[in-house]
Ligand binder design. Structure first.
Ligand code: COA
Ligand code: AMP
Length: 630
């Protein structure tokens, strides 16, 4: 208790000293003298004059410290029936060679490289190779459609694009290369070269002059060494959903990120060098960046790189099998994965076939941990299950137990207390700090700690508006919730158009933009509806253009296909229904929050600004008939 309070107070009262001590725990080429500076627009700079290299910290340093023969990465792929291991020495050689390839292609510090790949070790090698030469990687999740990839290519303007011939989804082989070709047809910007990893499950056609084979390009190439980059130089751009079709390019600075990764891995997750850690996610998401690749490797752990699902590859015992096989000590997973496992193995028959005694604890985040799943998992695994909260912009946990300090208390429904370094408060509409147990906007007092994005790629204005504009002196998270008397934080969900589908962050605003492009659609609202497996799923409520005769079922099917084509299968947009009218305010704004409550069977108050009250019972009936009301 003393340690938590002391650390929290120290971080709040003297952030420079607190973070200078954390920064001293990592190996810089030039240790920073300037710890924290404020910019005139309210953003901050951490460790501005420090230089380092994130690949050096994740790979080479462990060889220098005598851990070269320790396993750095274990690749386990039930979908391709492949397993492989890399010691730190082997990983260094593979990364240095690929960094040499990129250098030979003319990639220099500050150039962008887009990575659109499945969960194969080459993807991690590519990320680290970029870091090695100071190039900025931008990984795009494989479940996104060509249009989404094209939007990101046009924003990041990569010199090189790295991909694979295919991904493997349970039993389906998904050709990736045709998706890349399609994206490049749509994109204005064109990379100089596309490097393709040919997988045995499916080989891709290579376009002459532009496309190159992953392994052929490595022949005879000189390995490249780590270059020094500035603490403020971007390590990566990761696009995440905002409220429009234009995703936000989150920029992660090298210095603050490295300091934050070390702090989080050690103090929150309680992992030490030599421990085996498994971040159960995908490199396309922030969890993959922070807790599959960078943090566990920077901490000298062995990281599990899993290409498979929690169920069906081959069954709901997959997680427990991996934990037993590699003696995993800590895991991080989205609650949806446990809901999927529970659905298929409710009594734990598969669980009982494995020995998971190596496991210290289970961390979950990415979406709300519902109480039945928490209790089921805790009783089954007999391990502490810690809910914690963060977001892509932030890059590492905001509220979490500091397990290394023995701070292991759990309040079911809470994502725990603020990690020292964050001052988390709940604000009212006019920016005042609310009392305990009062519901409001979850915000973090500036300065934000190291590692948190301070800008969006090529769009600083949008950053300022989206995050710092709502409340002067605060970062607004986009989440609503409350704190209890002892500072435990309860996240109640987004206050904007962002939803979480199977732990994947998606924009209903973007889906609306796509639905609205259909020639039959006059107006639409896409809302997130609660779902037992995926947490939330999007549902479209559509008003058709007057006068024309449209077959409702045809339009609905076309809309589903359209969203899948534009955003990708990951959107899980599987319901669109035609309605007669949509409830609006007198100023014409669709009452999406009320619609969400109707669909989720929650009680709602009719807003005083509503234009026509009679629409609500009508639409409720309509949604009930369609089986949309829970
Ligand atoms: N490449 C190509 N397609 C992909 C993909 C990828 N990397 N990932 C998902 N997809 C596709 C799936 O094949 C599926 O397509 P379909 O509609 O043709 O069947 C669609 O996208 C939806 O996938 P998903 O949301 O994964 O649903 P699912 O029913 O296949 O699996 C779960 C459900 C719960 C098992 C799965 O979502 C899961 O493991 N979730 C964990 C989430 C997670 O790790 N989130 C990371 C943030 S912490
Ligand atoms: P992402 O940027 O994809 O990590 O998504 C971040 C969003 O996911 C947050 O703003 C929250 O809305 C939600 N989220 C993340 N972790 C949790 C959690 N533990 N409980 C509830 N919601 C969460």
């Amino acid at each position: 208790m003393v340690m938590y309070q002391d650390a929290k107070t120290q971080a709040q009262e003297d952030p420079k000293r607190f973070w200078a001590e954390q920064a001293a725990q990592i190996s810089w080429y030039r240790p920073p003298q300037q710890i924290l500076q404020e910019n005139s627009d309210g953003t901050h700079q951490w460790f501005a004059d420090g230089t380092l290299n994130s690949c050096h910290l994740a790979v080479d340093i462990h060889i220098e410290q005598g851990r070269g023969d320790q396993l750095a990465l274990i690749y386990d792929s039930p979908v391709s029936e492949t397993k492989a291991t890399f010691t730190y020495l082997e990983l260094r050689d593979a990364v240095a060679r690929f960094a040499g390839v990129l250098s030979q292609m003319g990639v220099v510090k500050g150039d962008r490289v887009v990575i659109y790949m499945p969960m194969v070790p080459e993807a991690a090698i590519a990320m680290l190779a970029c870091a090695r030469i100071g190039a900025i990687h931008s990984v795009v999740f494989g479940g996104f459609a060509p249009h989404e990839l094209a939007v990101r290519i046009d924003d990041a303007k990569p010199k090189i694009l790295l991909t694979a011939s295919c991904g493997i989804e349970v039993t389906k082989v998904i050709p990736y290369k045709p998706l890349v070709d399609q994206a490049l047809e749509e994109a204005t910007h064109q990379p100089d070269q596309v490097v393709v990893l040919q997988r045995p499950q499916m080989s891709a056609e290579l376009k002459s002059g532009r496309d190159l084979d992953w392994y052929q390009v490595q022949e005879g190439v000189e390995p490249a060494d780590c270059v020094a980059v500035g603490a403020l130089d971007p390590l990566y751009i990761l696009y995440t959903s905002g409220t429009t079709g234009q995703p936000k390019g989150i920029v992660r600075e090298s210095g603050g990120h490295a300091v934050a990764m070390h702090y989080a891995l050690r103090e929150i997750y309680n992992m030490q060098a030599g421990d085996v850690w498994w971040g159960i996610s995908d490199i396309g998401w922030v969890v993959g960046h922070s807790f599959i690749v960078y943090a566990p490797l920077m901490g000298g752990c062995t990281t599990i790189f899993y290409e498979g699902k929690p169920v069906k590859t081959p069954d709901a015992g997959a997680l427990w099998r991996v934990i037993q096989e590699y003696q995993v000590q800590g895991i991080f997973c989205a609650p949806t994965a446990f809901r999927a496992i529970r659905c298929e193995d409710p009594e734990g028959d598969l669980f009982n076939q494995y020995d998971v005694s190596s496991l210290k604890h289970i961390f979950v985040a990415g979406e709300k941990l519902d109480s039945p799943t928490y209790h089921w998992l805790h009783e089954l695994a007999q391990k502490p299950v810690y809910d914690h909260w963060w977001q892509t912009e932030i890059g590492w946990p905001v509220t979490a137990p500091m397990t290394a300090w023995g701070e292991t208390s759990i309040r079911q429904g809470s994502t725990n207390r603020a990690v020292p370094g964050y001052d988390v408060q709940v604000l009212g509409a006019d920016g005042q700090v609310l009392e305990a147990n009062e519901m409001g906007a979850i915000a973090i007092r500036l300065p934000l700690p190291p590692g948190v994005a301070q800008t969006l790629w090529q769009n600083h204005e949008r950053y300022l508006n989206a995050y710092l504009g709502a409340f002067q002196g605060w970062y607004f998270s986009g989440d609503g919730g409350y704190l209890d008397d002892e500072g435990f934080v309860y996240i109640m969900g987004r206050t904007d158009d962002v939803i979480n589908v199977a732990g994947h962050r998606l924009s209903t605003g973007e889906m609306e933009e796509i639905v609205a492009t259909h020639s039959a659609v006059a107006e639409c609202a896409v809302i997130g509806v609660n779902d037992d497996l995926k947490g939330q799923v999007p549902v479209g409520l559509v008003l058709l253009k007057a006068g024309a005769q449209y077959e409702h079922e045809t339009v609905e099917a076309e809309l589903i296909a359209l969203v899948r084509e534009k955003i990708g299968p990951v959107a899980c947009f599987q319901r669109a229904i035609v309605v007669e009218r949509l409830p609006k305010t007198r100023s014409g704004k669709i009452l999406r929050a009320v619609l969400r409550k109707v669909a989720n069977g929650e009680t709602y108050t009719v807003p005083s600004t509503i234009d026509d009250e009679s629409i609500l019972p009508e639409i409720e009936d309509n949604m009930r008939r369609e089986g949309l009301v829970r």
